[in-house]
Design a protein around this ligand. Structure first.
Ligand code: UDP
Length: 354
């Protein structure tokens, strides 16, 4: 991955690193990057939303060990962490759709599972990079969300808010373990990270719309489509995560890692149709139909990336156009390998890009 050049300080002594959720979308890119840096890597994943296929490109690497298990099992977590110097904790129940449908599962994994990882890290004297989310800011529509910006959350009885609630608790746990037990832990908050291997199955908008565009189906834009996001490319975010983990100044701190360009979901849909030269149309779908009655969306979510920039030089540089093309190529290649449930057709010339 190009990040090896961007953050030369990241490549140091050989490490043994545990990646929880390493078979997921971001996790698998991180695992590849860590192997490139020379680490011995242990992956712990329950394969609920992740897939061993995401690691197919590195499965034969003798420095990679894969453990199929849950972070809810304390013995499994401790065994996976044995002899590890550091942990990247990505295992979580993710995706708004999944959280709305299965709030109890999300709460258990995201709160109990995370505490299991943090306590095992103390036991094994490993440092931790905990992956959190921009969801913690909730409905705060500030021009630039700083790490110390207020959290504005809705009714805790709405399942939509359980993800933000649980991740906020996780961050508080991390800070408390850092302050009271001496755990070396830092936090990153990811803002709509996108790239190859992300699946639309759990509601994520970019792969969902790209899949629809490739199939020639209407692109489902929820609400009025004027809500905005700043999509960040996984290849920009992963090297920054590693650099932050290595930096002793990051201890007990949280860092935003987001994209630079604010775009409405309606404009995203138009851009996907244009880039892929798709014949699809755009369909506005009411929120209550897309999710559940009473669903509340975030109108706007714009990161201030200054803190990560000042610490490790984080600078998102991958364009949305190139991400759209790479996600499309990935979806098509997965279909060719028979590993994606979605039948893709009618993409015309774009097939040739792969
Ligand atoms: N969204 C959409 N169509 C879809 C999936 C999502 O319009 O097929 C919207 C969703 O309501 C939200 C935005 O796209 O406003 C981003 O959704 P996603 O679940 O990817 O991330 P979020 O920012 O909500 O965590």
């Amino acid at each position: 991955m190009s990040g090896v050049e961007i953050y030369p300080g990241a490549a140091k002594a050989r490490m043994r690193t545990l990646v929880t959720g390493g078979a997921g979308f971001v996790g698998s890119h991180l695992v590849e990057h860590l192997l490139d840096l020379g680490d011995d890597v242990v992956v712990l994943d329950d394969l609920s939303t992740g897939s061993a296929r995401n690691l197919a490109g590195v499965a034969d690497n003798p420095r990679l060990e894969m453990i199929h298990g849950s972070i809810l099992n304390t013995k499994t977590v401790s065994a996976a962490m044995k002899d590890c110097d550091r942990v990247f904790h990505l295992a979580a129940a993710v995706g708004v759709k999944l959280i709305v449908e299965q709030p109890l599962r999300g709460l258990r994994i995201n709160i109990h599972g995370t505490e299991n990882v943090l306590t095992a890290a103390i036991e094994h004297q490993a440092s931790v990079l905990m992956v959190s989310t921009s969801e913690v800011y909730g409905k705060n529509t500030a021009d630039r969300l700083r790490e110390d910006s207020d959290r504005i959350l809705g009714d805790p009885l709405l399942s939509r808010w359980t993800y933000a609630g649980a991740k906020g608790i996780d961050e508080a746990f991390a800070k408390a373990y850092s302050d009271q037990e001496g755990l070396d832990v830092s936090i990153v908050r990811l803002f709509n990270t996108v790239g190859p291997r992300q699946t639309g199955r759990y509601g994520m908008v970019l792969p969902n719309l790209v899949g629809q565009a490739l199939r020639g189906q209407p692109l489902t834009v929820f609400g009025d489509g004027q809500q905005t996001r700043c999509f960040s490319a996984v290849e920009d975010v992963v090297p920054a995560m590693v650099a932050i983990e290595r930096d002793p100044r990051a201890r007990g701190q949280a860092y935003n890692l987001g994209g630079a360009r604010e775009i409405s979901i309606l404009d995203l849909a138009s851009e996907i149709i244009r880039v892929l030269d798709s014949r699809s149309t755009i369909e506005l779908v009411p929120y209550e139909q897309a999710y559940a009655p009473g669903f509340e969306d975030m109108r706007r979510r714009v990161p201030d990336n200054t803190k990560a920039h000042d610490l490790v030089g984080y600078e998102p540089h991958t364009s949305l156009t190139s991400t759209i093309m790479r996600v499309a190529a990935d979806l098509l290649s997965r279909e060719r390998l028979g590993s994606d449930a979605m039948p893709l057709s009618g993409v015309g010339a774009f097939r040739g890009v792969i």
